[in-house]
Design a protein around this ligand. Structure first.
Ligand code: PLP
Length: 512
């Protein structure tokens, strides 16, 4: 569809009437079979069956509309937003990958969705066996020995991991070990989780090539080192090449190695954190396997550990004995429950469906395709506007970061302008201004399912915006032109008192 065409369907969100405004008395969107006279004779007046004190005295005031009008209202609203099912959505680090619809269907199966967490163990053997199997698969994928599926997000997985490090060291009498090393390229959740668990965070500066070097780690490690968190591939989208040396240094100092596996979708079937010497791993199954991140919905950040840390995992744990599954709460060393019941089951189910439908070889191919797509897209970019942050010859993994500083120097157009201009082309922007160590950062993650044509179109869009920035700068700096909401005042938008959250506020702000 032409971009201009698309825009004709888009309107400002405040021009969309509410259901109550669209309502007309007597309009209906349903037809019910009439009650046979014999039934009426038998039951009489229905309202008499309900005690009068419980009868509604006033009309409920629901909107009365025809079915097409209801459908159109909601479809119009849905078109004011962007979605992976509309176009390419390479939001780096968030892995907005296409979700196989079969995963959604299975997760919504009423036999699973209607289970209640307070049901007796005997009546939930099915779901327990499913989750138990998923734990086993994650162990196989990561090279860990035990997994808890309970954490509801990557950040919560990190918190669990750092609490495990704390309790493990305390039990062994290492009260002076209170520091965790975190690279400066890490996701902000890493230092936040370590600090929440009570650790002092020591920042490791990245090398000129964007990695953590053994040399840098050696200079920061001492008797106070409790552990280190490492993201692989790191936030610049590159594989950390000194892992084995780094792991050795931290272990020799008596610390534990934590693997942030939010980006495991780059490495499935290739390498396993367990084989690289890590002690604790979290996976973002909502990025790596299915359920796109960044939509604000629920996630799941399962945590895997080596054998001597298993007793610290959150409760309940799922165990199997005599062919029956149990939820175990009786674990003296556990850090305790971290989330109600046993985690976000629907997200976990989607991950399981994705793993089972691709199988061992399919997962490996998915990672290979994701890496190939990212490198191909990077190769097509105009390097005089978007400079790569990896050194010549270092391949990107599933995502890459470019700096649009050259474009800014040439034209004054900043990364935020580029991101807004992309929206006018019917595509979603990359992640901007992250990681913090890159100025004018654009972080692109195409994922494994984009076609060659889409990758080429995306690169051409970025390149054409760079050309427009020279020729018609205002066009770019005033973009987006075709979306239902144009530029937001970002300072105002993040201030609670000025946020417009209801339709009434929209009407008021329109009048003012
Ligand atoms: C997304 C991400 C996280 C945090 O995961 P949440 O589920 O958002 O809490 C942590 N580390 C990395 C590298 C990530 O990409």
């Amino acid at each position: 569809m032409e971009v201009e065409n698309l825009s004709r369907y888009r309107q400002a969100i405040w021009d969309e009437p509410l259901l109550n405004q669209l309502s007309r008395k007597g309009r209906v969107s349903y037809s019910l079979p009439s009650i046979p006279p014999s039934m009426v004779d038998k039951i009489g007046d229905f309202s008499k069956l309900i005690p009068s004190s419980m009868l509604r005295s006033e009309d409920l005031g629901l909107p009365e509309m025809s079915e097409p009008e209801i459908i159109r209202h909601y479809v119009r609203l849905s078109q004011m937003n962007f979605a992976i099912d509309i176009g390419m959505y390479p939001l780096g680090s968030c892995t907005m990958k296409y979700n196989p619809k079969i995963s959604q269907r299975i997760a919504r199966n009423p036999k699973i969705a209607n289970l209640h967490p307070y049901q007796h163990e005997d009546t939930i053997q099915g779901i327990l066996s499913i989750l138990y199997e998923l734990e086993q698969m994650l162990c196989e994928i990561t090279g860990m020995d035990d997994f808890s599926l309970q954490p509801a997000a990557g950040a919560q997985g990190e918190y669990v991991g750092t609490l495990i490090i704390k309790n493990f060291l305390k039990d062994r009498g290492y009260s002076d070990k209170n520091r965790i090393l975190v690279p400066d390229s890490a996701h902000g959740t890493n230092p936040a989780s370590a600090a929440m668990a009570g650790f002092e965070v020591v920042k490791i500066p990245s090398s000129r090539t964007g990695i953590v070097t053994a040399e840098a780690v050696k200079s920061l490690v001492d008797h106070r080192t409790a552990g280190m968190m490492l993201t692989v591939p790191n936030t610049l989208g590159i594989f950390e090449s000194e892992i084995v040396e780094v792991t050795k240094i931290v272990h020799e100092a008596g610390g534990l190695m934590y693997y942030d596996g939010a980006n495991m979708n780059a490495l499935l079937g290739r390498v396993r954190p367990g084989d690289m010497g890590f002690d604790i791993v979290h996976l973002n199954v909502h990025k790596t396997f299915a359920t796109p991140h960044g939509g604000g919905g629920p996630g799941a950040g399962p945590v895997g550990v080596i054998p001597n840390l298993a007793e610290y995992l959150p409760v309940p744990r799922i165990s199997k004995s005599n062919g029956k599954y149990h939820l175990d709460y009786d674990m003296p060393k556990t850090i305790g429950p971290i989330k109600s019941f046993y985690g976000n089951t629907a997200v976990l189910l989607r991950a399981l469906c994705y793993i089972l439908s691709l199988g061992k070889s399919g997962l490996k191919i998915a990672s290979e395709q994701a890496v190939l797509a990212s490198n191909y897209l990077l190769s097509l970019l105009d390097k005089a506007s978007y400079s790569p942050t990896t050194y010549e010859g270092t391949p990107a993994k599933h995502e890459f970061v470019v700096s649009s500083s050259p474009l800014r120097r040439k034209t004054g157009v900043v990364a935020g302008d580029v991101a807004k201009a992309i929206l006018d082309h019917g595509m979603h922007s990359p992640t901007t201004y992250f990681p913090l160590i890159v100025s004018e950062a654009l972080m692109v993650e195409p994922t494994e399912t984009e076609t060659v044509e889409n990758l080429e179109a995306y690169a051409e869009t970025l390149n054409s915006i760079a050309r427009d920035a020279v020729k018609e700068k205002e066009e770019v700096t005033n973009s987006p032109h075709n979306t239902s909401i144009r530029r937001l005042d970002e300072v105002k938008a993040s201030h609670p008192n000025s946020m417009i959250l209801t339709w009434k506020q929209i009407q008021r702000s329109k009048r003012n």
